[in-house]
Design a protein around this ligand. Structure first.
Ligand code: UDP
Ligand code: UDP
Ligand code: UDP
Length: 453
């Protein structure tokens, strides 16, 4: 019989996107799929995407999960991390919801950011199911996560060597992790503790891209016993009708002439930094499609484009017809697939990195926070792009227009990046050919789900 799988994403588009893709993939392989949707969502992008996803995939069941609001929370805390916390604290509402599903579910896939829920669920008498985690970051960052509960991080050291894993550079570790009281840190640690309780960890990566780390995770030689790490990427886009306006502009541009500039769904930059980016893009003389965000949560975005970019810079951009700036949500995968795109200036969020890898688009990585430096290490090592490490974390220093100009030119004009990225794209495709590394692992997972082992 076809297995019935429930999926539990946490919050933020960087988490929802891979879950929607996984849901569509499992459904296309004859699984019955139920997606739990934590309500209310933090951003408008999440609610919009959920609505369009369920209308395009009527065979996937939606199950709303009303999250209990936090009693007291730091009003200045990151709203997405606060939502992770609210979801985790609402875990007691899940067993009745999950056991009401028909036919009964055989497995639950939890977001790494809500993995700690497994502690209560696995001990619940009404639920006899398998648990998996979907890790929404690189295998490299995940490998650090696995050891976090047992680590005391010292910023005075240069490198961190963990038994059985490739070594880490201390300067790439997100600064909040050095503060044990930080919510980001406490959540990561409790989520990391739950890893050993699940059957497997699926991840949107592929063997060739992170071979050393993936082999290390599955070698049995780490100091912690880990479940199977299951690389099943790159995730394919799900069906999403509708068009985005910037594609029409791209249609008019020559092949590989445009740099796509976007720092993800939730990166708020200062006006000073936005100005330097704009000046840098203009000076580079390259064509550009620049997606701009100035707030973490899209619902509170009120500032007009002109006010963000500055009237004179915006006029210069319009006058020179060298590029366009947009503030709305764009269909990034379609943009990256477009023949006019020749490079991607990105914060190196893991989904963005995988979307570039899948299409062989070279990246200029500007890592801003979280796991992004770990992701950029993977990108750089694989030959998918370049990474100016001295640009610092978000807000650490103002990156000047001349620096941006220089690196954009290098990205777009040095053809070695194009050919190396093309090789990455070919390897990504190979992972999904019949008998390819990811294709095989997905087959094994489905077999395990069918047999309920
Ligand atoms: N994305 C998009 N349009 C936008 C902004 C983001 O399609 O205007 C998508 C992007 O393709 C990716 C996800 O949202 O799938 C963002 O995830 P990522 O891990 O790259 O970064 P985060 O937003 O979590 O920092
Ligand atoms: N798939 C994927 N990533 C890829 C290619 C395929 O996740 O890069 C998945 C896809 O979601 C589906 C299965 O592989 O579950 C088979 O893909 P499909 O037959 O649709 O491939 P297509 O014919 O579209 O290339
Ligand atoms: N993360 C996690 N648990 C948390 C918070 C974050 O496992 O409580 C993971 C998350 O999956 C992400 C990475 O840590 O891939 C870095 O988090 P960040 O907030 O920078 O990324 P985002 O949430 O924007 O994807």
């Amino acid at each position: 019989m076809e297995p019935h799988i429930a999926l539990l994403p946490s919050a933020g588009m960087g988490h929802l996107m891979p879950f929607l893709r996984l849901a569509a993939m499992l459904a296309s392989r004859n699984c019955k799929v139920t997606l739990l949707t934590a309500q209310p969502t933090v951003s408008a992008a999440e609610s919009n995407h959920l609505n369009s996803f369920f209308s395009a995939h009527p065979h996937i069941q939606r199950l709303d999960f009303q999250v209990v609001p936090l009693q007291s929370s730091n009003p200045h805390g990151d709203p997405f991390f606060l939502q992770f916390e609210a979801i985790i604290r609402s875990v007691h509402l899940l067993p009745p919801l999950l056991s009401s599903l028909s036919p009964p579910i055989s497995a639950l896939f939890l977001d790494i950011a809500a993995a700690t829920c497994v502690d209560q669920l696995a001990d619940h008498p009404s639920l006899s199911i398998s648990y998996y985690i979907l890790s929404t970051t690189s295998a490299r960052f995940f490998s650090l996560l696995t050891h976090l509960p047992h680590l005391t991080l010292e910023s005075s050291c240069k490198n961190l060597k963990l038994h059985g894993l490739p070594s880490f550079s201390i300067s790439n570790i997100p600064p909040p992790l050095f503060n044990p009281q930080n919510l980001f840190t406490t959540q990561l640690i409790s989520n990391a503790r739950a890893i050993s309780r699940v059957k497997g960890v699926v991840s949107n990566t592929f063997h060739w891209f992170e071979a050393e780390t993936i082999e290390a995770l599955n070698s049995g030689k780490t100091s912690i016993t880990l479940p199977q790490f299951l690389p099943i990427g790159p995730f394919k886009p799900y069906e999403d009708p509708g068009k985005c306006a910037s594609l029409s502009w791209l249609d008019e541009q020559p092949a590989k002439s445009v740099v796509y500039v976007s720092f993800g769904s939730r990166t708020a930059m200062s006006k000073d930094q936005i100005k330097e980016i704009g000046e840098g893009l203009l000076k580079s003389k390259q064509k550009f499609l620049w997606v701009l965000k100035s707030v973490i949560v899209d619902k509170v975005e009120e500032t007009e484009l002109q006010e963000l970019v500055g009237r004179s810079l915006l006029e210069k951009i319009e006058e020179k017809k060298q590029g366009i700036v947009v503030k709305e949500w764009v269909k990034q995968e379609e943009i990256l697939t477009h023949h006019a795109i020749g490079g991607f200036f990105s914060h190196c969020g893991w989904n963005s990195a995988m979307e570039a890898a899948q299409r062989g688009v070279p990246m200029l990585a500007w890592t801003l926070n979280g796991d992004q430096r770990f992701n950029a290490e993977v990108v750089e090592k694989a030959g998918l792009g370049l990474w100016p490490k001295h640009w610092g974390w978000l807000g650490e220093r103002l990156v000047k227009s001349e620096e941006i100009e220089e690196k954009i030119e290098e990205l777009m004009q040095d053809h070695k990046f194009r050919s190396m990225a093309q090789k990455v794209g070919e390897e990504a495709k190979r992972a999904w050919e019949i008998g390819g590394t990811s294709e095989k692992v997905v087959g094994q997972i489905i077999e395990m789900l069918k047999l309920k082992v």
